[in-house]
Design a protein around this ligand. Structure first.
Ligand SMILES: N[C@@H](CCC(=O)N[C@@H](CSC=O)C(=O)NCC(=O)O)C(=O)O
Length: 280
């Protein structure tokens, strides 16, 4: 793992690293925020972390530069880990039309089974195996973790969090794609990456995973009412219906007038950090 940038911020550090990913078969970049409490080297006081998964078109930097999370994360003593949203590099295929919602910047946090994607587009294993293992080995954080994300990354946070309660103690999401098997973004990506076998798609659909979840998990969703993607792509009402039927508790905050952008995320990120701090 190699550090490629470092900035002091709110008494802590923002840094970028590159490392090899076995899952994605390429070099990956990720960013971290390490709070000032990291300077206390006591093993008993290792700091917990929030994994943030970004949305379509993002890199490791969108959240770090736009969300305004560092001040509160520094106060709460929470590290933030922000991976890239897809594999990248010379040998990594992109969509032939370079569409923003498939290929580079659009990994959808799944393991692809179809050519030409399967050699590199394995963001699910990348997060759950390669990233966590390198962060744990090199960054001296505690193993207490939370997961959050935005839009495609909200889908990633919900699905990975629901599948791995042993890795993530709480889940939150901003404007998540809640039911990708019924959304144009999800259908396009899942057809390409996973083929037409729809049973496999369900393994990456938060509604299906919540319906079959056996452990209760703390879940918070933030959604803007003026989000252009709300009705067609995001469908939080489907997740709330499943939550109600299956007896799982999901908090949904519907925020009047907010859109899909990082202006929305920066308005409520502190509340999400405070939510996760209760479980970390
Ligand atoms: N019109 C945009 C569409 C892409 C977009 O809105 N990306 C969002 C995530 S959407 C779902 O995953 C985003 O986070 N963009 C980056 C940002 O910093 O705002 C386009 O074509 O770019």
């Amino acid at each position: 793992m190699k550090k490629i940038s470092s900035n002091k911020v709110f008494g802590g550090e923002h840094a970028q690293y590159t490392h090899w990913s076995e899952a994605n078969n390429c070099e990956m970049t990720f960013a971290v925020f390490l709070p000032p409490q990291m300077d206390d080297l006591s093993e008993l006081k290792k700091v917990p972390s929030l994994y943030w998964l970004s949305g379509l078109t993002c890199t490791d930097q969108n959240f770090m530069q736009k969300a305004g999370a560092f001040k509160r994360a520094a106060e709460l003593g929470i590290a933030i880990i922000a991976p890239d949203t897809s594999p990248r590099g010379e040998n990594v295929p992109d969509d032939e039309n370079q569409a923003y919602d498939l290929g580079l910047g659009a990994g959808f946090y799944l393991n692809a089974s179809e050519a030409p994607w399967r050699e590199h587009y394995n963001m699910y294993d990348y997060i759950v195996k390669d990233l966590i293992s390198d962060v744990d080995e090199h960054l001296n954080l505690s193993t207490s973790r939370a997961i959050s994300g935005h839009s495609m990354g909200g889908h990633g946070a919900l699905t990975i969090g629901l599948k791995h309660p042993e890795l993530f103690g709480s889940i939150s999401a901003f404007s998540p794609i809640c039911n990708p098997t019924n959304s144009p973004w999800g259908k396009k990506a899942f057809s390409a990456y996973l083929g037409e076998q729809q049973d496999t798609w369900l393994q990456y659909d938060a509604c299906h995973l919540l319906e079959h979840a056996t452990e209760p998990q703390a879940i918070l969703i933030e959604q803007g009412s003026a989000d252009d993607f709300l009705d067609e792509q995001l469908r939080p009402e489907s997740l709330m219906q499943v939550a109600q039927k299956s007896g799982h508790s999901v908090q949904l905050h519907l925020r009047e007038g907010y859109d899909h952008s990082y202006f929305f995320i920066s308005s409520f990120i502190e509340q999400h950090l405070e939510f996760h701090a209760k479980y970390l």
